[in-house]
Design a protein around this ligand. Structure first.
Ligand SMILES: [Zn+2]
Length: 514
């Protein structure tokens, strides 16, 4: 096992609202600082992806649900979480005479997250450039721990939309400030004994943040120090900053406690701590995207299914195309695609947009839907897909498939009646991909639901009432005229088959996704 290195100094520079958008713009300083060290662009902000929740997580080492701090609270009240001392207090107990400093643009961090009786030098300024001027002399005093929060990037995101030019430009400007601080460490002669870290509290989406989208939840983490090897960093959440800092400085910290201090050292920063991260079951159910095999290839979909039965195939690989060619897609609003799919990208529907497939009708004999859905916390109910208007109580015969936090609902409509079936999603997955299949056998009047290719609930319905499901246009998401759904949801590889699939056919489909 490699020998543990105790660092003399640690610097954490947090860029508010940067998420991992630094990968989309010029950041010559971040690039050169971390080039030969450890980095990830897929660390996690914690829900809600808001400042106090995540800066609080970083400095106190706990989840938002445990520390309970909000932007409003830390603006008003000083640190009062007796059971969750800040990382500064834990350092102070071991290093009573050390110079510790916190320089932040957003003052509630100094006001509400750090105890005021520790002798920590605190500086604040609403301009990141001026703040940097204040930080340089502090670095010359060789801080055992320096914490910095820049805020102008977040401001630019709120103003211009996250990920757009105005936001990205500010990231490049902040990169210069990071470069200046880094050079100050060189000048002070302490760089080689410093663990130097850059991260973010959250990203953003449109002009805001707080939700769970890819733009909001992913954050960058770069770590440079003499013991750090070049490579990636494992599962990391913002609250892990506490443990990274304390471990580097040789300060003990509490054992993992889901309801208390739950900060952990991620894999990839300290070579000797590999494998110590305690993964919470279900949270890492995120496949790495891989390219979609060609339909007709050995590994392609058509090698695993009867292609004559496939009515609609939506891979969402950066477009809404039906790969079977049976229907054109009509986009309403804006559907977004993210590189987090089962194969290539996944599609985000809901508040932003939806898609219609006017030529698609389900078979009178019955039909089967197969799709990957992203299980997540949903406040209400979101319409995944169906063929009747989701925005009002439908007339006519058809169906809706909807998602809630813990289940999927299948609703059949016919002759002014409706019946509902609830199909559970796995409890162990709090957030991640789940494969669902729904078979409607219109001749027998049965519905069968499958979860991750295994049968779960089945139900019977009255074929005299529900005897055709033709509906209107097939729609993914909710939209006929205007979008009523404010929650986002994610789908990948939505397939519609004629008829009911046999167990063998389902096993073959499972094999395709292996
Ligand atoms: Zn923030």
């Amino acid at each position: 096992m490699p020998e543990r290195i105790i660092y003399d100094y640690v610097a954490v520079i947090g860029v508010d609202g940067m998420g991992n958008f630094n990968k989309n713009t010029e950041t010559p300083n971040i690039d050169r600082i971390f080039k030969d060290y450890a980095e990830t662009y897929y660390g996690y902000s914690m829900l809600p992806t808001i400042s106090a929740q995540n800066w609080g997580g970083m400095l106190l080492g706990a989840s938002p649900a445990v520390h309970g701090l909000t932007n409003g609270y830390i603006s008003q009240f000083e640190h009062d979480r007796e059971n969750l001392p800040s990382v500064f207090k834990r350092i102070r107990e071991v290093y009573p005479d050390a110079y510790l400093a916190s320089f932040v643009n957003w003052n509630p961090i100094n006001h509400g997250l750090i105890e005021h009786n520790l002798g920590v030098e605190m500086g604040t300024n609403g301009n990141d450039s001026v703040l940097t001027d204040m930080i340089i002399p502090a670095v010359m005093k060789k801080p055992k721990f320096l914490f910095v929060q820049f805020d102008n990037v977040d401001g630019a995101g709120h103003k211009n939309d996250y990920g757009t030019e105005g936001h990205l430009k500010q990231i490049s400007i902040t990169d210069e400030y990071i470069g200046r601080i880094f050079e100050a460490y060189e000048k002070a002669g302490i760089l080689k004994d410093t663990l130097f870290i850059v991260t973010a509290d959250h990203g953003g989406f449109n002009k805001g943040h707080g939700g769970f989208t890819v733009g909001e939840k992913y954050v960058y983490l770069g770590a440079r120090g003499k013991g750090v090897k070049k490579g990636g960093i494992g599962f990391y959440r913002t609250k892990d900053i506490s443990s990274i800092v304390l471990y580097a400085l040789g300060v003990d910290y509490p054992e993992f406690d889901e309801f208390g201090y739950s900060s952990q050292v991620p894999d990839g920063i300290f070579p000797e701590t590999m494998g110590c991260y305690k993964l919470i079951e279900g949270e890492a159910n995120i496949p790495s995207p891989r390219p979609t095999p060609d339909l007709y290839d050995e590994k392609g979909l058509y090698n695993f299914i009867n292609k004559d039965n496939l009515k609609l195939g939506l891979f969402f690989n950066s477009n809404l195309d039906d790969v079977t060619g049976h229907s054109k897609a009509v986009e309403k609003g804006l559907v977004k695609f993210y590189n987090q799919g089962i194969y290539d990208s996944r599609a985000e529907f809901g508040a932003t947009g939806s898609a219609l497939y006017p030529e698609i009708k389900v078979s009178d004999k019955g039909f089967t839907f197969a799709s990957w859905v992203w299980k997540q916390e949903i406040k209400g109910i979101v319409p995944l897909f169906g063929n009747l208007d989701f925005t009002k109580r439908p007339e006519g015969a058809g169906f809706h498939i909807l998602q809630r936090s813990e289940d999927v609902l299948i609703v059949l409509f016919g002759n002014n009646n409706q019946c509902e079936f609830m199909a559970p999603l796995p409890e162990a997955v709090s957030e991640g991909w789940v494969h669902i299949m729904i078979s409607v056998d219109a001749e027998k009047g049965t519905i069968q639901h499958y979860l991750n290719f295994k049968p779960t609930v089945s139900a019977k319905y009255n074929t005299e009432i529900y005897n055709n499901f033709n509906g209107d246009s097939f729609v993914v998401g909710s939209d006929r005229s205007e979008n009523k759904v404010k929650e986002l949801f994610y789908l990948d590889d939505l397939l519609l088959f004629d008829g009911v699939l046999s167990r063998d056919e389902i096993a073959k489909l499972a094999e395709y996704y292996k």
